[in-house]
Design a protein around this ligand. Structure first.
Ligand SMILES: C[S@@+](CC[C@H](N)C(=O)[O-])C[C@H]1O[C@@H](n2cnc3c(N)ncnc32)[C@H](O)[C@@H]1O
Length: 196
């Protein structure tokens, strides 16, 4: 049950460093900011990283001048983030669907949307919109190719992503990622969308 924290916590228990963890921020933080800053995202804005895992992306965003909340519902993810990075960002052990923190100016979404059960995608888009201030940005890295793996992450075609996002957002950018980690090169794309 990928919608339950126990499912994810087990990976952190079993492997200390789960397969998806790259021990550093994704290079897509820089690529996304290059897109979002000209669209009005200002340093100092409040960002949230749902499904932050060990918190590398959250801390990278903080080091680039944002006020960041790293959120994950797996207790061992948040413990690992605090162990690595202390209180450089605000950490929250919470379910993205239920948190009462926020609203935020931006959601940086790297390997959280794609971790969802596809049946929850519409609800997930709704929740992202609800957690954003009007005009806020949803910044997403998603996979269009997971090399046939059945478990999360799940792939989602760009056209389907556009359809889902347009329920609550104006799509400003949707294109192949250029700066993926080498292990993911050619399989990721970026969405930048503004809340209506
Ligand atoms: C594939 S991992 C990616 C972690 C991190 N973003 C990274 O790239 O290292 C997905 C993360 O999302 C978290 N997650 C999944 N569903 C969640 C939810 N509803 N609320 C909060 N966190 C969630 C899991 O606990 C897990 O840490």
């Amino acid at each position: 049950m990928t919608s339950h924290p126990d499912y994810w916590n087990r990976f952190y228990e079993d492997e200390t460093r789960p397969g998806w963890d790259m021990d550093r921020a994704t290079p897509l933080v820089a690529e996304v900011l290059d897109l979002a800053l000209p669209l009005g995202l200002r340093p100092g804005s409040e960002l949230v990283v749902p499904g932050c895992g060990y918190g590398h992306d959250a801390v990278e965003l903080e080091s680039r001048g944002f006020s960041v909340t790293g959120l994950d519902f797996a207790p061992l993810a948040i413990q690992g983030a605090m162990h690595r990075y202390g209180d450089r960002v605000r950490w929250s052990q919470a379910d993205w669907f239920n948190t009462h923190l926020g609203p935020w100016d931006g959601v940086f979404d790297h390997t959280c949307f794609v971790a969802m059960d596809p049946a929850r995608r519409s609800a997930y888009v709704e929740v992202c919109a609800e957690h954003l201030r009007p005009g806020g940005l949803w910044l997403v890295a998603a996979f269009h190719d997971v090399q046939g793996r059945p478990a999360p992450p799940h792939e989602i075609p760009m056209l389907e992503m556009r359809r889902l996002a347009e329920a609550r957002f104006e799509v400003l950018h949707l294109a192949e990622a250029q700066q993926s980690h080498p292990r993911r090169a050619g399989r990721e794309y970026l969405l930048v969308a503004r809340r209506h």
